[in-house]
Design a protein around this ligand. Sequence first.
Ligand SMILES: [Zn+2]
Length: 280
Amino acid sequence: MSKSFSYIDIHGHLNFAAYDSDREEVIERAREAGVIMITVGTQIDTSRKAVELARTHENMYAAIGLHPVHTTSSHHDMQELGEGGKDFTSRGEAVDSQAYVDLARDPKVVAIGECGLDYYRLDDESIKKQRSTFEAMIDVANEVGKPLMLHIRNPNEGVNSAYRDAYEILKDRAKVKGDLHFFAGSTEEARPFLDLGYSFSFTGVITFTHDYDEVIRFIPLDRLMTETDCPYVAPKSHRGKRNEPAYVIETVKALAAIKSIPEDAVAKQVMDNAERLFRV
Ligand SMILES: [Zn+2]
């Protein structure tokens, strides 16, 4: 990786429709700010788009995978798919492992995901599909020897832990390590993943809420990563507006404040962490 980059956004969606009108400008603003990024697919189309974009931009890598909410037909997000996206999101993608393996072999693909379990929007039909899709994605990662970009989300209420269930699947099946994107679990939910050697990434949400401070203090600095999850969850200065990779610097500042560690030391360690896991 070029030394001119000081920050990394390990999880964003420049491949989404939200950037159709000004994608190149957004990528250029990140480059000028010294930000390198991983663009993350959520189904086969957005995964292909992530790889295409990464091939043509020095400061971009790709992750490819099938997101748990795209295993059934209930979900449609305008920022992701735009006005015309409804038809292809409604199909409820059945995973074609070979297509993902083929895509995963591209040298610019650095992770498999996002994949995992989402109990936030859950029905009985979807849990089985989520599990089998997650297992298929883990097998893809094992086959190509690249780490997992995990999307794990707990239910709004109740005692079910998507983290606990994901851990049970990963501990026996995964031969690679991974990152828990947008980690929102407790210290108790983090602990087994720390023992497995996984890392945890946080978004701009930590710039306007203290809900994550305790778990961030608990996780060692050498297991922390920064992300935007753009176009979603913009940091404080742009709250409620479209997010973009250049804003990841605000998350670095917030991490530094929460950990009481100088900002440049946090930035450097996060880059080292990303190099170690994703080989960017
Ligand atoms: Zn995402």
